[in-house]
Design a protein around this ligand. Structure first.
Ligand code: SAH
Length: 230
């Protein structure tokens, strides 16, 4: 124990540990001022966002901007969503222990990690092969053994693991793919930006009860387009 304490003291005087502490502080500030202050109150979502190291999900060159109030480029013409949007979509999905989630649009893997802090398992599909590979490696390094990343076209969902209690689509299209509606579990919730993929969309929440789907339309949002593989 004593040796461990000494090692910790030595390490925490190091730039590595100081940087880690600085990012932890920035992350808590992000949650307080950008998320909780704007009305997101779902405790598990706030807790997850205080924990997931967002700076390790963006390119090293912009690491210091990771906790700013905006989306950021992650390469291949794609973006990691603004923290508020990630929190909002997570809270809307009503994640909880025992649930299984599907995400379409892995991107950096950040949204998947936030969900994986709360639910049992996250399945996530990414259409850019390099991003799928990078995110899978990142999530493995960070110890997220409950996230499965797959390269492919998420339009068709992941039928082998359906049904899902939660389906989050983090790319925009002018309609909700039928396979995703079919793969929603009883009592499940699907969140997706729907509208003109080139301009503005509306955040939609679908709920399935007794096999019947109801739709709730929320505020305008902007996401990158959902692409299709030929
Ligand atoms: N959730 C991500 C950000 C999403 S950006 C994060 O937390 O970082 C949208 C992502 O959707 C991009 O990476 C894009 O390549 C991917 N995408 C677009 N169309 C797709 C499709 N049909 N299937 C799977 N992924 C898709």
């Amino acid at each position: 124990m004593k040796i461990l304490a000494v090692i910790l003291i030595i390490l925490c005087g190091s730039p590595f540990c100081q940087e880690k502490e600085r990012y932890t502080k920035a992350r808590n500030q992000m949650v307080d001022s950008q998320i909780a202050a704007r009305g997101i109150s779902h405790p598990a979502t706030l807790q997850a966002m205080r924990k997931v190291p967002r700076h390790l999900f963006v390119p090293a060159s912009i690491e210091s901007e990771a906790y700013s109030d905006s989306p950021l480029p992650i390469g291949y013409n794609q973006t990691i969503s603004q923290p508020l949007i990630v929190a909002h979509m997570t809270a809307l999905a009503r994640p909880a222990k025992g649930k299984k989630a599907l995400e379409i649009g892995t991107g950096s893997g950040y949204q998947a990690a936030v969900l994986a802090e709360i639910v049992d398992t996250v399945y996530t599909i990414e259409i850019v092969p390099e991003l799928a590979k990078e995110s899978a490696a990142r999530l493995k390094t960070l110890g997220y053994g409950n996230i499965m990343v797959r390269y492919g076209d998420g339009y068709k969902g992941w039928p082998e693991h359906a049904p899902f209690d939660i389906i989050l689509v983090t790319a925009a299209a002018d309609h909700i793919p039928q396979p995703l509606k079919d793969q929603l579990a009883e009592g499940g919730r699907l969140i997706m930006p729907v509208g003109d993929p080139a301009t503005v969309q509306q955040l939609i929440v679908l709920t399935k009860r007794k096999g019947k789907i109801t739709e709730q339309r929320l505020e305008p949002v902007r996401f990158v387009p959902l692409k299709r593989l030929n």
